[in-house]
Design a protein around this ligand. Structure first.
Ligand SMILES: [Zn+2]
Ligand SMILES: [Zn+2]
Length: 141
């Protein structure tokens, strides 16, 4: 598989000790396919993650899905200033640019602070991945 942004061959990497992902050695972006997200299926899921819609302001990009080459769509992650790309054709997975995962974790920390509750940012990140997985599953139907 090639990087949708710079065409470099993607390399397997074990992300935060949780899941194996494909990452780009050049631009440090990462691809999370639906099989990889499948591995998160067993993880705990916090109900308040369902509040609000995951996807806002969807639009087309020129970046090809590493699996099928179809142009990916980008969407705004919740109401945060963060755009993620995903394969809208066949729900193959998600693309995160370098540092976008860290930004998600930072948002989670901020959010945890907002609601005056100690929340582990990494477990929130797992929940977010799980949420993306559910979103892909819904699209496959
Ligand atoms: Zn790249
Ligand atoms: Zn695809």
């Amino acid at each position: 598989m090639n990087c949708p942004k710079c065409s470099t061959d993607l390399a397997k990497k074990y992300y935060k000790g949780m899941i194996e992902i494909d990452s780009c050695p050049d631009c440090r972006g990462m691809w999370l396919d639906s099989l990889e997200l499948d591995k998160l299926e067993d993880m705990a899921f916090d109900d308040d993650m369902h509040k609000g819609s995951l996807v806002h302001f969807q639009s087309k990009t020129d970046f090809p899905c590493p699996h099928c080459g179809a142009k990916m769509d980008e969407f705004q992650y919740r109401l945060y200033d963060l755009k993620l790309d995903y394969c809208s054709e066949s729900a193959h997975g998600f693309w995160l640019d370098a540092g976008e995962d860290e930004r998600v974790i930072a948002f989670m920390r901020q959010r945890a602070g907002d609601i005056q509750r100690k929340v582990d940012a990494e477990s929130s990140w797992k929940q977010m991945l799980k949420e993306m997985h559910l979103f892909l599953k819904k699209r496959k139907k």
